[in-house]
Design a protein around this ligand. Structure first.
Ligand SMILES: [Zn+2]
Length: 83
């Protein structure tokens, strides 16, 4: 796959950035820090290279030891509105 330079959706310009990525895996939520990605300057769409995606899948599937664990607050909007 050749390197993308334009956003698939809006044709905006892509720039290489290191981002924090929240990965939803069924019921699990995994956070990756400093992930190299191409980010659209216009709409914010994020693109990962195949080898980066593979690494993230590997970390989840092989249950590699994470750097840290977070406790994540979960809010239900109907409950917030009713409160
Ligand atoms: Zn875009």
């Amino acid at each position: 796959m050749s390197k993308m330079t334009r956003c698939y959706f809006c044709k905006g310009k892509l720039t290489e950035k290191k981002i924090h990525h929240v990965h939803h895996w069924g019921e699990r939520i995994v956070v990756f820090e400093d992930v190299p990605a191409e980010v659209c300057q216009q709409c914010g769409e994020v693109y990962f290279r195949p080898e980066v995606l593979e690494k993230m899948d590997e970390a989840v599937l092989e249950e590699l030891k994470p750097k840290a664990r977070l406790s994540i607050p979960v809010f239900s909007m109907p409950e917030l509105v009713a409160a």
